[in-house]
Design a protein around this ligand. Structure first.
Ligand SMILES: [Zn+2]
Length: 124
């Protein structure tokens, strides 16, 4: 069963996915560059952040926060890649779980989703 989406609609989603992919890749690069800088600073001096001091604690917190941003971005990038592949093979917009069509409104909000609202709610 193929989702009955107009070619122009698919192209619109593909473009949005590509834009999002670019944005996330830029973010991942920024985070990696920053972490590398912190790592170099740490190894070149012996002032590694001590989590028991306020300064070290907040730096550790910052790095923790960035790591979760980085992981989140990687997750979404993987989903975007999958979504683009699904556009290619004509299964884009079909729920991976129940096989029903995902409403365009939902795809508009989350272009990389592969679950309909119901299935996505059931997964939580
Ligand atoms: Zn579903």
């Amino acid at each position: 069963m193929a989702r009955d989406l107009a070619q122009s609609t698919l192209e619109r989603f593909r473009k949005r996915l590509e834009e999002e992919q670019e944005r996330l890749e830029g973010m991942v690069r920024d985070i990696e560059a920053e972490r590398e800088e912190v790592r170099l600073t740490e190894t070149s001096s012996d002032r590694s952040p001590d989590p028991n001091t306020a300064e070290g604690g907040s730096l550790a917190f910052e790095m923790e926060k960035e790591l979760s941003l980085w992981q989140n971005a990687q997750d979404i990038l993987a989903k975007i890649e999958e979504a683009v592949a699904r556009i290619e093979d004509g299964t884009y917009g079909i729920c991976d779980e129940c096989g029903n069509a995902i409403p365009v409104a939902r795809l508009d909000a989350l272009p990389y989703t592969k679950l309909c609202v119901d299935c996505s709610a059931n997964r939580r």
